[in-house]
Design a protein around this ligand. Structure first.
Ligand code: NAD
Ligand code: DAU
Length: 347
């Protein structure tokens, strides 16, 4: 039986992870520590709120006293650190929160684990990292392996890179049993609609322009969120402390092709007055926009026997149906702060 501290568990990937973990490890204790920023929503976990063994704690990973209390009260043996400011465009509008949570917060969490665990070798600290810390690939370059040098280009990816370096150092210096997973772009249910795929779905359904940055030819490697959660599970259970594992779908798409795919499928599922593709609008590019990300996941496939189970078309289909069935959720999460952000970002 494990006793997990999941940080950022009320966000997109964290809530999918907790739902997955409760279904597959019902005997485990899960403490979900989340500051409930605009991106965190306890409603994402409403159906497991009453599950024995699940506890939600409203708090901040940069709060050392809160962390010390949780480690002591709950005898935590496994940390899964999702908590972060996660949106690149917001990091360009205001980088400070990214430094505070992603850098200072991860530092505080590492220190709490080090103090609580000493040198106990059976503990695990899994840090959820991103592919964009490796920088941008040219069209003809091979995908990122774990040995690729870090070259972050946005305030978001620089803050995530800094947190990855801290995690590495806490292992090398004090032997903290850390594991790092660098994952490519996720999509699926409960993703906050500031991110490309849900933004396209909702703008199409609401008849608003679908903003495509630059020429729409930037490439991302998309993975269904449940496959990411299964990858994290494999690394917690079988990963070697101190190692880094890349997780990705081998599924590269340029943005414009994804936007067209989503619109075409929506034309069939929920036809509007006009073809949704007519809403596509090319807008000013994101400053410093990375051209291409792609993950080489050979290591986790070979060593931990992980592979994605969802192909992109079926994953997109499930995602579209989820957003069509959860319009009320979309309306609720877009109240308040998000409206101001949207006006500022898209005018
Ligand atoms: P998200 O923005 O949907 O959720 C982040 C969660 O962290 C929210 O619930 C928020 O309330 C919480 N949080 C923020 N600051 C906090 C703080 N100081 N203390 C406690 N909780 C705090 O993000 P996501 O897309 O679910 O990403 C989760 C993690 O995975 C992040 O670390 C991100 O960098 C990483 N990641 C994301 C992707 C992706 O495609 N979304 C890909 C690879 C890695
Ligand atoms: O690669 C992993 C990263 O993927 C994660 O670490 C981040 O948390 C996550 O947000 C994501 O970063 P991206 O910047 O790739 O995701 P986003 O959904 O913001 O954008 C995907 C692509 O779509 C990117 O090339 C920018 C483009 N885009 C995005 C938005 C929001 C548009 O063209 N128009 C838009 O309105």
């Amino acid at each position: 039986m494990r006793r997990l501290l999941v940080t950022g568990g009320a966000g997109f990937i964290g809530s999918n992870f907790i739902r997955y973990w409760v279904a597959h490890h019902p005997e485990d204790r899960i403490v979900n520590l989340d500051a409930l920023t605009y991106a965190g929503n306890p409603e994402n976990l409403a159906e497991i709120e009453a599950t024995p063994g699940y506890r939600f704690e409203h708090g901040d990973i940069a709060d050392a006293a809160c962390l010390a209390r949780l480690f002591a009260d709950e005898d935590i043996d496994t940390v899964v650190n999702f908590a972060a400011e996660s949106h690149v465009d917001r990091s360009i509008l205001g980088p400070e929160a990214f430094i505070r949570t992603n850098v200072q917060g991860t530092f505080t969490l590492l220190e709490a684990a080090r103090k609580a665990w000493g040198s106990a070798p059976d503990r695990r600290f899994l840090h959820v990292a991103a592919d964009e810390v490796y920088g941008s690939l040219a069209a003809d370059e091979p995908p990122f392996t774990e040995s690729r040098a870090y070259a972050p280009n946005s305030p978001y990816s620089a803050s995530k890179a800094a947190s990855d370096h801290l995690v590495r150092a806490w292992h090398h210096t004090w032997g903290l049993p850390v594991l790092t997973t660098n994952c490519s772009n996720n999509y699926g249910p409960y993703q906050f609609p500031e991110k490309l795929i849900p933004l396209v779905i909702l703008n199409a359904l609401e008849g608003r322009p679908i903003p495509v940055y630059g020429d729409g030819r930037n490439v991302r490697d998309w993975l269904y969120v449940e496959d990411h959660c299964r990858g994290i599970e494999a690394v917690i259970e079988q990963g070697i402390p101190g190692e880094v594992y890349n997780i990705g779908g081998g599924n590269e798409w340029c943005n414009l092709d994804i936007v067209n795919l989503v619109c075409e499928r929506l034309n069939e599922l929920q036809p509007g007055a006009d073809d949704y593709r007519n809403l596509i609008s090319f807008v000013k590019d994101r400053p410093g926009h990375d051209r291409r990300y792609a993950i080489d996941a050979a290591k986790i496939r070979r060593e931990l026997d992980w592979e994605p189970r969802h192909d992109f078309r079926s994953g997109i289909e499930q995602t579209l149906r989820w957003y069509l069935d959860h319009r009320d959720w979309c309306d609720r999460v877009r109240r308040g702060d998000y409206r101001h952000y949207y006006e500022h970002q898209y005018g």
